[in-house]
Each structure stands twice: as structure tokens, then as C-alpha cells.
Design a protein around this ligand. Structure first.
Ligand code: NDP
Length: 234
């Protein structure tokens, strides 16, 4: 049976591939992006019957509110699965001794506050649906036990660790309402963020993550998994 998905950051990379694969499976997909008209990749997938584009900047409260109202009109019966995919990575040159406050603020705003904004605003529609799943695309780089010889991307790693905590707290809060909230690491993927030398394609990452989402149950609530379904250490 087709499900109704909402995906943030659907203009390119992992978000656009989520839209492609989920729509080809016959689901209803509400693809949210800061500027949908600027993404030919996304517009090519939109048909306004099963795939819709909605303008949503996750860090702008007015944009989030207006998007939630549009999503309510498109899916008055509720939505099944929210995928919080939008995220930014920060500057590769920065290290823990020189990352400036503006970079921390900017990444925290997008990777944590943005995810919270969208989740809070769409909770009423998620509660109306039957499936009740929230998927946060976080990162292995937010794991406290994952170390690298040079601790690169500090602002990204700090904020992805915080986004993991955000997901865990939503999982605990919503457990009694039969929600399943997952933090998922997509692998190291060939996108603008991951770069062309990353390990896997978006096709492989998204195929894996869709399978993880489909196989998740109430018992999976609050887990941190990778795109192959392996548990990732916090
Ligand atoms: P990309 O940089 O290719 O795409 C990022 C997406 O997020 C774009 O669609 C961008 O929109 C959107 N975005 C950024 N800020 C906002 C905002 N304020 N509101 C709405 N949309 C926004 O990244 P990926 O596709 O690689 O990453 C997707 C997710 O996966 C991220 O959360 C990332 O941290 C995570 N991830 C990626 C990995 C990788 O190897 N690629 C590894 C681990 C995690 P716009 O086009 O408007 O800029």
C-alpha cells in the first residue's frame, strides 16, 4: 500500500534520490526544498499527482509554518513518514582549535534547530497517519566513538552528535504513541557534500535506507542505524 512521505532537502543529493526511488515504488512523495524551482532534478520528478514540491527552508520559522499548511492541504488524512534529510557540512579547513562561533551557530541552526522545527510542525500530521515514523539523516561523524587521525569537520560532528540526541529524545517522548524515530547514517556518499570520491552512490545509499525504514518496527524506536541496517555506536 502506498505511503505518504515528506522529505526535506530534496533539491539534490540524497534528498532527490529519496524522491526518485520512493516515487518509483508508487508512494506519495511531498518533496520539500528551499527553492524547488531552482532544481531541475527535482522538477523532473514532480507530477502533482503523486509527487509534489513544497518550498521549505528548515531554519526559517515562517517558511516551515507555510510549508506545514501546504502539506496539510496535500495530505489532509495525515502523513506516514517524515525524512529529515536537509543538512550542511561546514568548512573543511576548520579544526577544533579555530572553528569560529558563526560556523557553530550556522551548523547548529540547520542540523539541529531545522530538524526540530520541521519535526515539531509536522507532528500533528504524523499523529493523524498510521505509520508514525520519523527518520533523521545524521552521520557516523556524529558518533563519539568514531575517531580519525585528524579530527576534521568539528562543527559538523558536534552538531550531528546533537542531532542524534534530538532524535533520541523525540523517540523517548513519542514511544507511547507508537512512533518509530530513527537516526540513520547514509554511508559515505557521492553527493555535493560527500564529493565524487566517496564510497557509494546515492542509488546504493537510498536503496539501503529505504530497506532500513521499511524493516523498522516499534522495537527499532530510538536506534542509530546505518544504511545497511547495522547498529552504529553513539
Ligand atoms: P548535499 O550537500 O548534496 O545536499 C544538502 C541538501 O540539504 C540540499 O538539498 C540543500 O538544499 C538542503 N538544505 C541545506 N540547508 C537547508 C535548509 N535550511 N532548508 C532546506 N534544505 C536545506 O548533501 P547530501 O545529500 O550528501 O546530505 C544529505 C544529508 O545526509 C545531510 O543531512 C548530511 O549531513 C547527511 N550525510 C551525508 C553524507 C554523505 O557522505 N554525503 C554522510 C553522512 C551524512 P539547497 O539545494 O537549497 O542548498
Amino acid at each position: 500500500m502506498p505511503l505518504t512521505y515528506v522529505i526535506t532537502g530534496a533539491s539534490r543529493g540524497l534528498g532527490a534520490e529519496f524522491v526518485r526511488q520512493l516515487s518509483s515504488q508508487g508512494n506519495i512523495v511531498i518533496a520539500c526544498a528551499r527553492n524547488p524551482d531552482a532544481s531541475k532534478e527535482l522538477l523532473d520528478l514532480v507530477n502533482n499527482k503523486t509527487v509534489y514540491a513544497v518550498t521549505l527552508d528548515t531554519v526559517d520559522p515562517e517558511s516551515v509554518q507555510s510549508a506545514a499548511a501546504q502539506i496539510q492541504q496535500l495530505a489532509p488524512e495525515g502523513i506516514d513518514i517524515l525524512i529529515n534529510n536537509a543538512g550542511i557540512a561546514g568548512s573543511l579547513g576548520a579544526n577544533i582549535t579555530n572553528t569560529d562561533a558563526d560556523e557553530y551557530r550556522s551548523l547548529f541552526n540547520t542540523n539541529v534547530v531545522g530538524t526540530s522545527n520541521v519535526t515539531q510542525s509536522l507532528l500533528p500530521l504524523l499523529r493523524k497517519g498510521n505509520t508514525r515514523r520519523i527518520i533523521n539523516i545524521t552521520s557516523l561523524l556524529g558518533s563519539l566513538t568514531f575517531t580519525t587521525p585528524t579530527p576534521f569537520l568539528p562543527s559538523y560532528r558536534v552538531t550531528k552528535a546533537a542531532e542524534n540526541m534530538l532524535g533520541k529524545l523525540f523517540a523517548d517522548e513519542l514511544a507511547d504513541e507508537d512512533f518509530t524515530v530513527l537516526n540513520v547514517h547514509p554511508g559515505y556518499v557521492q553527493t555535493d557534500m560527500g564529493g565524487k570520491n566517496a564510497d557509494i552512490t546515492t542509488e546504493v545509499s537510498i536503496r539501503g535506507m529505504i530497506s532500513v525504514i521499511e524493516n523498522s518496527t516499534k522495537e527499532s524506536n530510538g536506534k542509530f542505524l546505518d544504511y545497511e541496517g547495522n547498529t552504529v555506536s553513539w
